[in-house]
Design a binder for this molecule. Structure first.
Ligand code: ADP
Ligand code: MG
Length: 321
């Protein structure tokens, strides 16, 4: 029986499955998952674990696949998000199962949960697509495609609307499963976006940012640590520029200022910072943004960028930012 009392939420980026420069074959995706999942398996000895994950590359690929097929009916985006929850949930769950076995942890229950996330139909985000999905294009390719595109830190990508998560529909079920010591994989791809219609829910064409959904999940299930794992070591000032500087910690006040100064790109680092800030501010929890390689180190307070209330709080005793 696990004695863990603290709940750790790990939010895995889409690049936990498809790394820079890869095509994204299924073999590559399974291979890539081992790195974060092995660490999470080890952490499950000490923490109750919730895993959430992105779906940007996968949901964009599904959209492309169906746009190039004219013999079967097309599906709305919310159904494609549901498909990626199943697809990636299966991949994480089976990889985790193998890694737990490898560690000799044979009795750990785990489950992937189809999850809806409520959004507000009046969210201004519906008027302005900002969330990058699918493959990266060159400037020339981007000019000739028939949908909204944006230049991101990785290149040109298709963008879709991305409203803010308001509430996780299955929060009670997730909490129960965690209390019962299950490892829960949920809110994949930011959750299936739904709006309330009276007492029912109606799916809506959008992709919720998984980092913001992760922060909402952390709040609603009462997690202790919210960790975002991505393809950079943490949060940088002047990212990609000459004076690029990665931060070990950032206070809420500093983060607010850096957002205003434009250090964090919308659709990538900005939602991560905002999600981390939200959890620290509203719930007093620990938030850290780190690389897929450094998940365990970041939980130990030795890697990544920690978002803190003020400078005295860094878990390993450092106080510099
Ligand atoms: P994920 O799939 O993990 O959500 P994203 O591509 O959405 O990954 O976000 C991570 C990316 O954010 C990095 O690869 C980097 O290109 C970009 N980025 C933008 N601004 C910053 C910044 N200030 N510091 C670090 N990374 C940044
Ligand atoms: Mg992202």
């Amino acid at each position: 029986m696990k004695r863990a009392t603290k709940t750790l939420i790990v939010a895995l980026g889409g690049n936990a499955l498809i790394r820079k420069g890869q095509k994204g074959t299924i073999e590559e995706q399974f291979e890539n998952l081992k790195l974060p999942i092995r660490q999470i398996a080890r952490l499950s000895r000490k923490y109750k674990i919730i895993i959430t994950h992105g779906n940007g590359p996968q949901v964009g690929n599904l959209l492309l696949q169906q746009e190039n097929c004219h013999t079967v009916p097309k599906l709305p985006l919310e159904i494609l998000v549901a498909q990626t929850q199943g697809q990636i949930g299966y991949m994480i769950e089976s990889t985790l199962d193998s890694e737990l076995m490898e560690l000799g942890i044979n009795t750990q229950p785990l489950v992937s949960l189809i999850s809806y996330v409520v959004v507000d139909e009046n969210d201004p985000a519906f008027k302005n697509p900002l969330k990058p999905i699918g493959p990266v294009y060159s400037e020339k390719e981007a000019a000739s495609v028939p949908y909204p595109m944006r230049k991101t830190a990785k290149g040109y990508r298709r963008v879709v609307v991305s409203p803010k998560p308001v509430s996780i529909v299955e929060k009670r079920e997730i909490k129960k499963l965690i209390e019962m010591n299950f490892i829960v994989i949920c809110c994949g791809g930011g959750g299936i976006p739904v709006i309330r219609e009276g007492r029912a829910f109606q799916g809506i064409d959008a992709v919720i940012d998984k980092d913001l959904a992760g922060a909402k999940l952390a709040e609603e299930v009462g997690a202790d640590i919210f960790l975002i794992a991505t393809d950079v070591q943490g949060v940088a000032l002047n990212y990609g520029g000459k004076n690029q500087k990665f931060l070990r910690s950032v206070t809420l006040e500093q983060a607010e200022r850096y957002i205003k100064e434009g250090h964090f790109a919308p659709g990538s680092m900005k939602p991560k910072i905002e999600a981390a800030m939200q959890f620290v501010l509203d719930c007093g929890g620990r938030s850290v943004i780190t690389s897929l390689e450094d998940i365990e180190q970041a939980v130990a307070g030795k890697a990544g960028t920690e978002v803190i209330q003020d400078v005295l709080e860094l878990p390993d005793g450092e106080s510099k930012t």
